[in-house]
Ligand binder design. Structure first.
Ligand SMILES: Cc1cc2nc3c(=O)[nH]c(=O)nc-3n(C[C@H](O)[C@H](O)[C@H](O)COP(=O)(O)OP(=O)(O)OC[C@H]3O[C@@H](n4cnc5c(N)ncnc54)[C@H](O)[C@@H]3O)c2cc1C
Length: 146
């Protein structure tokens, strides 16, 4: 299979990169070892308020907003900061990842799940990836060196 870009990893970073690249008109394939998006998402789900506005992140998975941060030291002392406006949103991380996957798909990115990428290499003719389940080659991701 020949694509412009292979993104390895369908976490938030890979999915958002795939969304941006596909929106720019590139042919993008995202490969991930997990069978379903978000199934192994380990995260408290707290995302800074400004990230939603700056990156246009999907907000369907938002459960709550927080205006307070409380830091607790190992000795048990606490430091609290309160703001008049929300500082962060708390999301359901699995659903957040799925929403990002839907954004990437709607921009034209292809998702290949259940594919563990064992090796990748860059050659003059393009980049090549092989996955554990079925070896596949992705070519021409990026310019060839002169
Ligand atoms: C306990 C905990 C709590 C956290 N709480 C927060 C929080 O509240 N707020 C916050 O912003 N961040 C939090 N984080 C951090 C946040 O989860 C990560 O920063 C974020 O998930 C990183 O996204 P990513 O897309 O870079 O990588 P990941 O989410 O780790 O995604 C990487 C993906 O790549 C896939 N992959 C890796 N290697 C291969 C391979 N060879 N072949 C195929 N697929 C592969 C994996 O299956 C995975 O799906 C927390 C992290 C932990 C551990």
């Amino acid at each position: 299979m020949m694509r412009d870009v292979a993104v390895i990893g369908a976490g938030p970073a890979g999915l958002y990169a795939a969304y941006q690249l596909a929106s720019a008109g590139l042919g993008v394939t995202v490969l991930d070892a997990q069978e379903r998006i978000g199934e192994h998402a380990v995260c408290s789900g707290v995302i800074g308020e400004e990230a939603f506005a700056r990156f246009g992140l999907p907000s369907q998975s938002v459960l709550n907003r927080t205006c307070c941060i409380r830091a607790i030291s190992p000795a048990g002392r606490t430091l609290e900061y309160r703001s008049a406006t929300p500082l962060a949103r708390v999301v359901d991380k699995a659903n957040f990842n799925r929403d990002l996957a839907n954004l990437a798909r709607s921009a034209g990115a292809e998702l290949c799940l259940g594919r563990f990428v064992e090796a990748s290499s860059a050659k003059r003719t393009g980049c090549f990836c092989s996955s554990a389940r079925a070896s596949r080659r992705l070519g021409n991701c990026g310019r060839e060196s002169p």
